[in-house]
Design a protein around this ligand. Structure first.
Ligand SMILES: [Cu+2]
Length: 283
């Protein structure tokens, strides 16, 4: 196995997943689960295809044979084998998936940074809660000079993350269900109106990574893009300072949500006017 794998490229070693090992604290775990699962499944596949072809060749009808071959049924050892092996496989996949999932979803008790991301039709607002600064986003702007429909890169909302720091990201929505997907992090999670989801990540490699909404959320869903810049602590601090210099201190809270009367949002319910009460009583 080692000899065969030695000839593989990095791309093949990670099962063609769109990332590099070590991009976050979780990426290697996901690659391991993905690649090992494929190896197990391919072994099962080779055995199954092999037995199928063997049976076809060895038990083919020979010249001069007539009638049906000896009919067999209820071969107990084979019945048990065909029941036990898939059961072991399913339980095995479940166990390893559950183990990795609970490791990836493990809460940081003392995150270095808490950042809130709001999904909204069709862009993102980033609240750097620990730093008391925010960055509002607009949806992707079509490039007027390009007939192929590319977007103006500089207009795409950008989330800055300091490298090597434990980050808690709170995922919220201002309107409909979106999904926060950073491709190179091999992670995505839904953003639901009225409910906060959490993502815990330690980015470990500096760079710019593409992100997008992964839940069809309306007409301009395809323009709901963002970038993640993983930078040094110094660059991160400089960026936060630039937001504050631009007057973007504080956060953009739920007051900008479109559905401000959902249960759980925390906005006070509108008071019933005497006129409305009269109408509802009459109705
Ligand atoms: Cu969306």
């Amino acid at each position: 196995m080692a000899f065969i794998l030695a000839g593989c490229t990095q791309e093949q070693m990670q099962g063609w997943l769109p990332t590099e090992p070590g991009t976050t604290n979780n990426v290697d775990r996901v690659i391991g689960l993905w690649v090992t699962s494929w190896i197990v499944l391919l072994v099962v596949g080779v055995v199954t295809w092999g037995l199928t072809i063997w049976a076809i060749v060895v038990y083919r009808r020979r010249k001069g044979q007539t009638g049906l071959p000896t009919q067999l049924r209820y071969n107990m050892p084979i019945e048990i084998f065909y029941t036990i092996v898939p059961l072991i496989l399913v339980l095995g996949f479940f166990a390893f998936t559950a183990q990795d999932q609970s490791a990836i979803e493990a809460k940081y008790d003392n995150p270095d940074e808490v950042i809130q991301v709001y999904g909204k039709q069709w862009a993102w607002d980033f609240n750097y809660i620990s730093q008391d600064a925010y960055s509002p986003g607009i949806q992707g702007q079509p490039n007027p000079d390009d007939a192929n429909g590319s977007l103006v890169e500089s207009e795409i909302p950008t989330l800055y993350l300091p490298v090597g720091k434990k980050i808690e990201i709170q995922l919220d929505s201002r309107d409909v269900i979106h999904s926060f997907w950073v491709i190179d992090f091999l992670y995505k999670k839904d953003m639901l109106p009225g409910k906060t989801n959490y993502m815990y990540v330690t980015p470990e490699r500096e760079g710019t990574f593409a992100g997008k909404c992964a839940e069809l959320c309306g007409e301009y869903h395809s323009m709901m893009l963002f970038n993640v810049k993983v930078v040094s602590q110094q660059e991160y601090d400089d960026y936060i300072q630039s937001l504050k210099d631009a007057g973007q201190s504080g956060i953009l809270g739920p007051e900008y949500n479109r559905n401000d009367n959902l249960p759980g949002i925390g906005t006070p319910a509108k008071e019933e006017t005497p006129e409305a009460a009269a109408v509802s009583n009459a109705g």
